[in-house]
Design a protein around this ligand. Structure first.
Ligand code: HEM
Length: 188
């Protein structure tokens, strides 16, 4: 997902004219990025499948699965699957390929500057349109689902002191003498 996010930031936010000014033409850009896109997309599908399998098979996780989670999986699954289909479409492996930086990216940036350019997206191939709809719907339900945790990363965990768990047993470490600092706490 991190590679997919990086790919979206680069592909949607950097105008084609900028990369061309750097001497990277359209063909070179796609030769460089498409293999990465396809690998990242395939890894995302496999990761999603593994997580759904875990949610179904681990009783502890299944018991805590809400209707909201299931709805979210449908939207997430749609966005990811349609994204991979759009990526295949762009790749040119099965057809003539498509340069989404001339329509989808232009449309996406137009929204960010509050001047939506629907015409730019109207000419894009169907897989890109469906993928963008699925992506936008996922963004809309995002705050009401478990995905909201994305915005509450526990960054302070990196710097916080260890939580030391100590057993109250008299001899917690079997026959070995406890290491310094790990002696059982006294119960007074
Ligand atoms: C409206 C917002 C979005 C737009 C405009 C958009 C656009 C695109 C485009 C143009 C591609 C093809 C990239 C390429 O082949 O190089 C793509 C691929 C993909 N997208 Fe999106 N996307 C959006 C939202 C999302 C969301 C929310 C997800 C998942 C949570 C997602 C997941 C993917 C995946 C997995 C791929 C295939 C792998 C890749 O190319 O990185 N996209 N998207």
């Amino acid at each position: 997902m991190l590679a997919v996010i990086a790919g979206h930031v680069i592909g949607l936010m950097i105008p084609e004219s900028w990369t061309e000014a750097m001497g990277i033409n359209e063909h070179t850009y796609h030769v460089l990025t498409l293999p990465l896109s396809l690998v990242a997309g395939a890894c995302t599908i496999v990761g999603l499948a593994l997580l759904i399998y875990r949610r179904r098979t681990v009783t502890r996780v299944l018991e805590r699965t809400s209707t909201g989670d299931k709805i979210m999986y449908v939207f997430l699954g749609l966005a990811v699957t349609l994204g991979v289909l759009a990526s295949w479409w762009a790749s040119g492996i099965f057809n003539d390929g498509h340069n989404y930086r001339e329509d989808v990216s232009v449309w996406f940036r137009s929204i960010l500057i509050f001047q939506p350019d629907g015409a730019a997206m109207a000419g894009a191939p169907m897989w890109f349109q469906l993928h963008a709809i699925a992506g936008m719907m996922l963004f809309a339900i995002w705050p009401f689902t478990r995905l909201v945790h994305v915005f509450s990363a526990p960054l302070q965990y990196v710097a916080r002191p260890y939580v030391v768990y100590r057993s109250r047993d008299a001899q917690p470490t079997g026959n070995r003498a406890p290491r310094r600092g790990w002696e059982p706490s006294r119960r007074d």
